[in-house]
Design a protein around this ligand. Sequence first.
Ligand code: AHR
Length: 501
Amino acid sequence: MKATVIANKDYTIAKIDDRVYGAFLEHLGRAVYEGIYEPDHPTADKDGMRGDVIELVKKLNVPVVRYPGGNFVSAYDWEDGIGPREDRPVRLDLAWHTSESNQVGVHEFADWCATVGTEMMLAVNLGSRGVDEARNFLEYVNHPGGSYWSDLRIANGRKEPWNVKMWCLGNEMDGSWQVGHKDAVEYGKLAANTARAMRMFDSKLELIVCGSSNADMPSYPDWERIVLEHTYDHVDYISLHMYFANRDDNTPNFLGLAEKLDTYIETVAATIKQVKAKRKSKRDVYISFDEWNVWYHSNKKDREILDGNGGWPHAPGLLEDIYNFEDVLMVGLILNTFIRRSDVVKIACIAQLVNVIAPIMTEKGGPAWAQTIYFPYYFASVFGRGTALQLQVNSPGYETPHAKVSPFVDVAGVRNDDGTLSFFLVNRHTTDSIETELELQGFAGGTVIDHQVMTHPDLKAVNTAKDQEQVAPRKGEGATIADGKVSVTLPPYSYQMLRVR
Ligand code: AHR
């Protein structure tokens, strides 16, 4: 089987916003406690943050981390997480039926972000609270001093404001599971009023309004239209979320979900344009895809934890998906989609970063390690920055319930700022290798400078604390380049990164 790909230096999609390689960290399960924060851990720093996790996060070069939720934020009082630790209240978290000790709050999170070299993206609570909480939190975080909230921050040990630019106006407000769930009109009005108040403080903030929780919501895509009709002039992004599951153990259909993702983005991009036209607006609103990942492996265990606890445990092991090799392919496909849609998707956050549906896992008192999906995320985040190429792809394909054709070869190409070309390729064929020819038109490229391959005989192979490298990339062999054409064999069910200079 053969496929061809043409990359021409004059055909590009957009400059990729680095923030499409962002992540998400919620007060949920062991994401914060035993994830990033474990004061008794042998690698903990002076702030109680795990050094081994910091190292794994740093390697990913994560540009932005969304915090503190998620469903958690919709009944969260941010004031509980400031001031002396011993005075902070323990609260019940309704979203996940757990207790929240508040030992980590905005100060600790901000310090951790500075240590790992990432930017904060904060969410305000528009579930149980509203405009007042949002304006106070904003003043606390971003005002230099001389006001009640900013002086309280200074008294709590942080002199300089953090100047957080990105603010989410609530979370998944279309979902009946959300504390303070609203219909599109109610939410649209509240979000517009909150955004107006926040902009009175600082007109340059980047505000993100909630879109649909997923493309199967009964209110989708009217939700987007109605919410944007209320908020279009006041926000910069609409957020989308999507989780990917292989519950019937049907790998071709699972991997075909990439086309469902693509259609979801295309539809919301069209809705944005519709509202823009209706409002005769000159402004653009973009997509913040601020929750995405594979999520289903842990569902059964979570039901047992939640049904069986009979109480409100602190940091139980919720949503601890153990990812397999098949998920590497899915995550590669998702990231390729974001690169190809970089004209409209400007922010995206893998959900989440540590322990909870995450590329990084930890054991209490023990090791931290990279799950299988760490690697495609790493390759895209580190090497997928620059300008997205408009590739001409010719590949045989197959049909799924999500689309008439899913090409077996899925590829995204990036011209990095130093002129290197980076290609990310997934072969979705069950049994066949695909001989792929990549024609480079108008580029100087003459040498393959890096070639990484992920394959595995067992789609269900996983990494564990004891066997951390069961699924890991290895150096590729056999990619050749002649007359501006790169030839490479893509084994069945494989992920590859090829870099040419
Ligand atoms: O990431 C886990 C949860 O998924 C988030 O709390 C919520 O926003 C979504 O439903």
